[in-house]
Design a protein around this ligand. Sequence first.
Ligand SMILES: Nc1ncnc2c1ncn2[C@@H]1O[C@H](COP(=O)(O)OP(=O)(O)OP(=O)(O)O)[C@@H](O)[C@H]1O
Length: 805
Amino acid sequence: MSTREIEREQDYVAMLYRRVDELRERMTERLAGVLRETGGTRQALVERESAVARYAERVAKFDAAEKGLCFGRLDRRDERFYIGRIGVLDDQGEPLLIDWRAPAARPFYVATAAAPDGVRRRRHITTRNRRVVGLDDEVLDGDADGEQGLIGEAALLAAVNAGRTGRMRDIVETLQAEQDEIIRSGPHGVLVVQGGPGTGKTAVALHRAAYLLYTHRRLAERGVLVVGPNATFLRYIGQVLPGLGETSVLLSTVGGLFPGVTADRAEPPATAEIKGRAIMADVVAAAVRDRQAPPRGPVEIPYGDETLRIEEEDYRRAARAALNGPVPHNQARRIFVRRMLDLLTRQVAERLEALTLDDDGRPLDGGDGHDALSRADVRALLAAGYPQELLDADPVAEDDGRPLLDEDDLAQLRGELASAPGVRAALDELWPGLTPQRLLSDLFADPARLASAAPGLSDAERGLLRRAPGGGWTPADVPLLDEAAEWLGADDREARAQAASRARAAAERREQIAYAQGVLDITVGSRSSDLEEGEDPEILTAADLLGAEELAERQETVTHRTIAERAAADRTWAFGHVIVDEAQELSAMAWRLLMRRCPSRSMTIVGDVAQTGDAAGTSSWERVLRPHAGDRWRLARLTVNYRTPAEIMAAAADVLAALDPALEPPRSVRETGVPPWRLATTPGGLPRTLAEHAAREAARLEEGRLAVIVPESRLAELSAAVAAEVPGAAYGADPDLERPVVVLSVRQAKGLEFDSVLIADPAAILTDSPRGRNDLYVALTRATQRLGVLHPGPPPAELAGIPGR
Ligand SMILES: Nc1ncnc2c1ncn2[C@@H]1O[C@H](COP(=O)(O)OP(=O)(O)OP(=O)(O)O)[C@@H](O)[C@H]1O
């Protein structure tokens, strides 16, 4: 491309940056202006707050667009558009730059020589630090043979060949047509994106989130949830959406979706698999029902010197009233307890009356050893907690013809019963207030409870669920806790805790107001003193301008600001759209949880059923979705592998064929001329040889990243061996992917990619899990450039095609 052409584009790009700087400045001034406004109604304050959020968001979007602001140009017959990360208008409202998500930008991604859609030329513009460093043109003249090729091939190949950094990058500059179509598909219903490794499923999912938030602004009010398989993966993709200027997105694992629970406990895969089965929904429901079981025989409750009784029939009647309709356990408990207290109050009242009245309701005289009790005496008895000595006293009868216990007396008696420890314990036993945590830990701790709630599981399976209380929660527990929360409803204690937290918040707010008042006093005081020389009197702080109440309020809204934070703290939050990545790994129970978070069923589900590693995962989208969406879901496919070169993919294809001959590997977008290799070691020599090769590969890397992928069962041993030879190598539960060398199990490597990959002991990867072949396929498809396999003894048959060293 001529230097003149580059200079011409440089002028345009420089003008765009100047315009964005100007707009950013304008927005910053507006922001300061709103912050300077003061007084007015509460409504005005709320409006100012939302203006502050809006302007701050605009400024953040300008910042996010800094790198690669403009990356393309489309020439049509008599017009020309520049395409970039954001839309930019001039002062007359004419577009200077078109947002990549706008409909007008679409041909940039889909126009081909065969179907140019009015486009004559597509230009990819490469910039570095605001300077144009390269141009790449495609002339779409309409006389191609109809085969759809790559869009912007040079820019695409530069992107896929670039060294990895340990962080995923966005691909707005080089999106391909089949990806674009998925990204721009309407938001309604469930869209499944099936694609082999490296086909850009994760990239597409994230760009779809950005597209939907841009196109359907109301989605931002409910937020988008992006679900990934583990914390390391979430960190890997974490920069993509903020880099695209989108913040209304919560990234989470399924294990992170139960507020208040950190699911970091480990458990055997076989246990997790059982917990993920659909039948566990019935188990949880049965466990809740079992906590509502009638007592065997009457329940006796000591109360003072008396014994109160609840018959089985009393229980049944109260339980029927409590469960009249689909009421969760804890709400039903309130009705049950009310009924029981009515019953017990009646019992006590009857006994008191029996002590003081004869069978005909007349006060007793002293003939049988007791004098009649007066109403005042009864009240005294009640107030004193019904002690026997008083009943044995000889007070004076007083027959005023009124019922002995009036409503006030009964209410008082009821209150006393409700707070009597013996009564509370008995009612708690009969119908306990339950948190999801208590329900599950009681269930797992008690073989009898398990046997009753899970008759569909074998003894051995129930044995795998057994666990002593305490010790934290596993990721597979979270969907069960969520299921339990649905059946239980809010616990009384939870409601009390919420009330307490509201009271605390009110107290904090009073404190904030007092603090803000203090700030105002200080600021006003200091403003009256002389300004230092050079100090700008125009720089005002919020405290200069707002009343204490408003200042406190502002602090409060600021602390609860983002949709993502609000959604993360609320188990019942319904997201506007849910995106699930590596979706093949999710269990039936995890799907139930996710569906509850997305009642609208506006979902994008991306994954590869050939890469399923989790025993609870799926090999069929149909099986996963039928229970939740019937046949109302649509399938899109991605077919081109942008990550793995053809040489490596050929080796992976052998494993895929062994897995299922009907499965087709994705077509690699490039060859590198570097074949993969394998090397036999002695069984005992593997750790040492592996470490040496890791050190050698690491030395070859310039900027890129190396992953050593090892069997789960040898993770600790081989991590230690590599770390001893390669100081600074990352490994462990949540390794730092930005380090040059990282040791990972296959599970940890899922969804990630590296310039170079070494696989250790593939035979153990195959035997470590029932889905060993899927795991080996995943391991083989992580490299963007180089792959080596070290195997103790002969290689597994699936890898025999890789050239030996
Ligand atoms: N259109 C594109 N332009 C540039 N790079 C791309 C494009 N599509 C995909 N890539 C790159 O290919 C690599 C693989 O993409 P991604 O991780 O999204 O694939 P995936 O289908 O999720 O893979 P896996 O199933 O193995 O997790 C990433 O580095 C991504 O940036």
